[in-house]
Design a binder for this molecule. Structure first.
Ligand SMILES: *Cc1c(COP(=O)(O)O)cnc(C)c1O
Length: 393
């Protein structure tokens, strides 16, 4: 049953692509593991299904659901966020093309663009996306195909004006690509602000339970969809049926999870702000955040990610990172359980020594959906190791 476009976010998340199975009435569509499909005579495909790399009903369900929640006309699901990014770049750029990206882009994105695709003739310029003049200059300086931005960014939580970037990109004949992993489609829909392509690491909030790796691209232009769909099929970095199913299951509850993630992160950020050990709290939900007003325009709520910088520097950050027990020290984010990350050595180790390097006095918190009192008590306990002067000095 098609879900009307006027349906609310949660209705789309629960129902788009999820019609019950007609033979038995099974409310949850069955998982299709088959790699191939019987043909009624040569070329006689049933409903277009031929071979699992090209199409799989479980992946199709997820793709329909993803398109519906992002407000796109087509979505493509991949084996990881980086596989999605790689397929996007192959589909829509050619040697000699250039990518202007945020100077605090996710380390793995920069590694892919600079370290892998650079050798294939794709140039890049990292810039401060908050400085629109420098974005415009960087776009004009080369044959720019993509302006690539994350908002909020990772881990500095910078907020960027997507509509302004879309204008700059479009004026130069380029496309705006927004990595919407941090906000998730519940909090923000970049296509509505003029973006051409939305990228997701569905490993994070969309999957939401830290039990599946995946990525997605969402577009609303049929020509872009054709090109991306062709690379998805011809290169084959697709998500498997079980991964697609787990991602679909996660996405159904995205709205309720994001409400709690946002509520918990806001309380944690406000608590951190009062602590004498803290130099800066980076959270767009705080009125003191330079991107607060813009975030209010672009986002429904402010999300679950909070970064903190310590006055006593790297030693304090490392001590806190290693002293929590409800927050687990681990890479990744966006799961129901709270995670602690020391980006300089963990998620962003690949950009150490470059202009994308992350401050060494910073930790990044992915606030889960646990009881917020327990999250704060855990941080309070970890902070006691700093105030006790046991920072290893
Ligand atoms: C994790 C992440 C990616 C990469 O996705 P994978 O699923 O790990 O390949 C890209 N962008 C952002 C913002 C991320 O957090």
């Amino acid at each position: 049953m098609p879900v009307p476009e006027s349906a609310g976010f949660n209705t789309r998340a629960v129902h788009a692509g999820q019609a019950f199975e007609p033979r038995t009435g099974a409310v949850v569509p069955p998982l299709h593991f088959s790699s191939t499909y019987a043909q009624d005579g040569i070329g006689g495909l049933r409903d277009g299904y031929e071979y699992g790399r090209g199409a799989n009903p479980t992946r199709d369900s997820l793709q329909e659901q993803l398109a519906a929640v992002e407000g796109g006309t087509a979505a493509f699901s991949f084996g990881s966020g980086l596989a999605a990014e790689d397929s996007l770049i192959r589909a829509l750029t050619r040697p000699g093309d250039h990518i202007v990206l945020g100077n605090d882009a996710y380390g793995g994105t920069y590694r892919l663009i600079n370290g892998i695709l650079g050798d294939w003739g794709i140039g890049n310029t990292p810039v401060d996306m908050a400085n629109l003049d420098s974005v415009r200059d960087a776009v004009a300086a080369n044959k720019t195909r993509f302006v690539w931005v994350e908002t909020p960014s990772n881990p500095l939580m910078k907020i960027t004006d997507m509509a302004a970037l879309a204008d700059i990109a479009h004026d130069a004949g380029a496309l705006l690509v927004v990595d919407n992993t941090f906000a998730s489609p519940y909090l923000q829909n970049p296509l509505a602000f003029g973006a051409d392509v939305v990228v997701h690491s569905t490993t994070k909030y969309i999957g939401g339970h830290s039990d599946v790796v995946g990525g997605a691209l969402v577009v609303n232009d049929p020509e872009l969809a054709d090109k991306i769909g062709f690379v998805q099929f011809a290169v084959g970095a697709v998500s498997g049926p079980m991964d697609a199913f787990l991602t679909t299951r996660g996405l159904k509850t995205l709205g309720v999870r994001m409400d709690r993630h946002s509520e918990n992160a806001q309380a944690v950020a406000e608590w951190l702000l009062e602590r004498p050990e803290v130099e800066a709290v980076l959270y767009p939900g705080l009125p003191s955040h330079p991107g607060h007003e813009l975030a209010r325009k672009q986002m429904k709520k402010f999300g679950g990610m909070v970064s903190v910088q310590f006055k006593e520097g790297e030693a304090a950050a490392r001590k806190v990172a290693e002293s929590t027990s409800v927050f687990t020290l681990a890479e990744s984010l966006g799961g129901i359980e709270s995670l602690m990350n020391y980006p300089a050595e963990m998620t962003h180790a690949s950009v150490k020594g470059t202009e994308l390097a992350v401050p060494e006095n910073l930790i990044r918190l992915s606030c889960g959906i646990e009881d917020v009192e327990d999250l704060i008590a855990d941080l309070d306990h970890a902070f006691s190791f700093i105030s006790n002067g046991r920072t290893g000095s």
